[in-house]
Design a protein around this ligand. Sequence first.
Ligand code: ADP
Ligand code: TRP
Length: 326
Amino acid sequence: MRVLTGIQPSGALHLGNYFGAMLPAIRLQEEGEAFYFIADYHSMTSLTDAAKRRQFTFDVALDWLAAGLDPKRCVFWRQSDTPEHTELAWLLSTVTPMGLLERCHSYKDKVAKLADGDVGAVNHGLFAYPVLMAADILLYGTNVVPVGKDQKQHLEVTRDIAIKFNNTYGETFVVPEPRIQESVAVVPGLDGQKMSKSYSNTIELHGEEKPLRKRIMGIQMDSRTPEEPKPDAEKNIAIQLLKLLATPEVAADYENRLRAGGMGYGDLKKGLFEQYWNHFAEFRARRAELASRPDEVRAVLADGAVRARAVAQKTLQRAKANCGLG
Ligand code: ADP
Ligand code: TRP
């Protein structure tokens, strides 16, 4: 079984990325041949600061490695080191119906968020984003793609493109399946929406203790008094996050106390911070250690690029031959 996923270096990674994509991917290292990459080409659709992209790329590498990605068990690299992705994206784009891309929620949401009439801000890369993503996946004969729920539609687009290409030019690509873990399909952010780098509502995996504590203590809650029972305790953001960060017993204890009444939101948030901080103690230590050896991290990515490229080149060659190119 071949497993593949990517994360964009468009900002600091957060609990949504960790529980939605990274942790499932790290577990899958044990079950199949894993290919994990940093989607720096994709980040160009939203980030235009070169220095930031370079920094975020390195930070994403540190986060993945500190979280338990093992470069001996998987191939870990930077997308732009395998230019086959952009070449295959062109071949795929010629069998991709415009309507398929026009229907993508993530594209439509981004356009809707732009200032009225600012069509100049909608770049072609943003529109063609799912085609590049399909190339990422199809180049490696991927069977399984661990992602959060927000990527489900992009996976459907990838499947449609693979099927269309196979029908047009003969059997070329494996048609992949998404792997979405329902329990963490959407990790809520500080404001209750999906936690996302684009909504400024994240709890990051890595950072200084003080500002992180402040962010968690700043989660908006309703105005009910501590004494009031809260029959809807399971909907509380802190409770939902505790279920990911604490042991089931500890999370259930907080939920029951909130439901019964008598625990204030301040105490709940303090508890959440403690659980969060402890959960990532080992991660922080490993990350600090890796950060002190940047050359080793770069060497891991360089080695990954060589291994990824060997696979990508073969697939691209086959796809080109099937189209009558080369
Ligand atoms: P962001 O929305 O913060 O920009 P990305 O789009 O780079 O995050 O997502 C990288 C991976 O993390 C994807 O697989 C995505 O589905 C997953 N992911 C991101 N946010 C969440 C979330 N709030 N809950 C679950 N998974 C998430
Ligand atoms: N679109 C994904 C996201 O924003 C990142 C990504 C790019 C990806 N290429 C991929 C994920 C290939 C899985 C497989 O989260």
